[in-house]
Write a protein that binds this ligand. Structure first.
Ligand code: GAP
Length: 461
């Protein structure tokens, strides 16, 4: 695929995300802050739905998995023990002329002609650049404690290994899930939220017996489970693949990524790592606490092996948006003609529709309710009753501006699966028109059946 086309999808998503309130540049009115993003009303709902689905899948649909919510700021010894202060770094090169810095691995992939990609100047040898974000606690100058904003959410789980064992009934094999913010001083943030300096992770730390064969079996199990999860929420199968790591992180014994195909450019979305007993062993060593597990069956004490699934919530949000993004050409009867190769309107009567075909479970709004005309009180009244009733169960949008066609287009771009219109007939027959986002087909549904109708569609999908 050509480079312009690759850029295109990021540009389209950036524009839609801003226009409809999914994602805004962070601190925009002050000129922004590189590598930070703010989620708007629709983006917040989408991201929350992704996190809720992750949480539900892990804790409700799997046995022996419990949740945790650890502090972002931890004792700095945690990061010594975890190896992040020594090894959590990217090799950087600097231009001797303009002093711009670049990741050495990226320059290796796309070597610029001459030297610096910005000015052609001479490039230095690579130097290691630590990614941990420093912060200081305390209010008295000179007595402040230097610590870090967590570079991964992982360590909050491992330092609580003993607490979880002592306060719950879990037995190995078991897992702990967590969702939360992580921070990295990324050298080259970019690709919308793809590489941010503040981002969210959703992780499982799964503790298994320290046995190579048994732990690899779990690794395979979790690889498949995570792939199934993305597919169950509607991601296109051909856009997902596993990629084995060639270079392993300081803690890893084996590692795979789930990658997403962003129009020809495969990008990491989630990592599945075999961490050996690295974390628990290091925390035992540095804290001088006994973190061994006592196995009732074998009467043995051991440090468990850890299988981790580590997904980026922002990357998942971005790739769910990309995967759902569809452009269609409609004829004057609003029938879908084809995919948009000829989107420059050759024929003035053709219309381009942008629609986010998000899975209903992820869609920010499950339905939208419209009165056909905003100035007909009886229509507005009935539509408001339906809206209030549905809102008890679902996130529902209300729209009475412009004509119904415009409202459909707005809801298509928001990814709302069902639009419900109350018209004059509704007053007589107690039914409404429900329009399906993807097929644009309309059908009449009894008002009292609406809740069930949406639920049925929602569950079946
Ligand atoms: N605990 C393991 C760990 O943090 P990682 O591969 O460094 O592993 C896991 O990160 C996931 O976190 C990545 O697959 C990605 O989805 C997300 N992630 C990492 N760095 C990110 C960044 N700068 N911006 C957005 N997401 C990021």
């Amino acid at each position: 695929m050509k480079k312009e086309e690759k850029k295109d999808i990021f540009e389209k998503i950036t524009s839609l995300a801003k226009r409809r309130g999914f994602i805004y540049p962070g601190s925009e009115i002050y000129g922004g802050l590189a590598g930070t993003w703010d989620y708007g009303p629709l983006g917040t709902e989408l991201k929350r739905n992704i996190k809720n689905e992750f949480w539900k899948n892990m804790t409700q649909e799997h046995e022996n998995i419990v949740g945790l919510d650890a502090a972002i700021i931890m004792n700095p010894k945690v990061w010594e023990a975890s190896g992040h202060l020594d090894s959590f770094s990217d090799p950087l090169v600097e231009c001797k002329k303009c002093h711009h810095r670049f990741r050495a691995d990226q320059l290796e992939k796309n070597p610029p002609a001459g030297g610096c990609p910005d000015c052609g100047g001479e490039i230095t040898e690579p130097k290691q650049f630590n990614l941990m974000v420093e912060t200081y606690l305390g209010s008295i100058e000179g007595e402040k404690l230097k610590t870090y904003l967590r570079g991964e959410i992982t360590q909050g789980v491992h330092v609580n290994f003993k607490n979880v064992l002592d306060s719950t009934r879990v037995k190995i094999p078991f897992g702990v899930v967590q969702v939360g913010k992580a921070f990295r001083n990324e050298i080259t943030p970019g690709g919308l939220t793809f590489r941010s300096r503040e981002f969210e992770q959703m992780e499982l730390q799964f503790y298994a017996k320290p046995d190579k064969k048994e732990s690899m079996k779990w690794m395979e199990y979790w690889k498949e489970e995570r792939m199934k999860w993305y597919l169950s929420l509607g991601m296109t199968k051909k856009n997902l693949r596993f990629k084995e790591h060639e270079q392993l992180a300081h803690y890893a014994q084996a590692a795979f990524d789930i990658e997403y195909n962003a129009e020809g450019d495969w990008k990491e979305m989630e990592g599945i790592h075999h961490r050996g007993d690295w974390d628990v062993r290091r925390h035992q060593e540095f804290s001088k606490q006994d973190l061994t597990y006592f196995d009732e069956e074998s009467k043995e004490r051991f440090l468990p092996y850890i299988i981790e699934t580590s997904g980026g919530v922002d990357r998942a949000t971005l790739f769910f948006l990309m995967d759902a993004y569809t452009e269609e050409i409609l004829n004057p009867k609003s029938e879908i003609l084809n995919k948009p190769q000829n989107s420059n309107k050759e024929n003035n009567e053709m219309e381009k529709r942008i629609v986010l075909k998000l899975h209903p479970k992820l869609a920010p709004y499950k339905a939208a309710v419209f009165p056909l005309l905003a100035n007909k009180l009886e229509l507005v009244k009935l539509a408001r009753t339906i809206y209030e009733e549905l809102r008890k169960e679902y996130t529902v949008a209300w729209d009475d501006r412009g004509n119904v066609g415009k409202r459909y287009r707005a809801q298509d771009e928001a990814g709302t699966p069902y639009c419900i219109t109350v018209d004059f007939e509704s007053l007589e027959t107690e039914d409404v028109t429900v329009r399906d986002r993807d097929t644009m087909k309309q059908e009449r549904v009894k008002i009292k059946e609406l809740k069930n109708y949406i639920y049925e569609k929602y569950q079946k999908n």
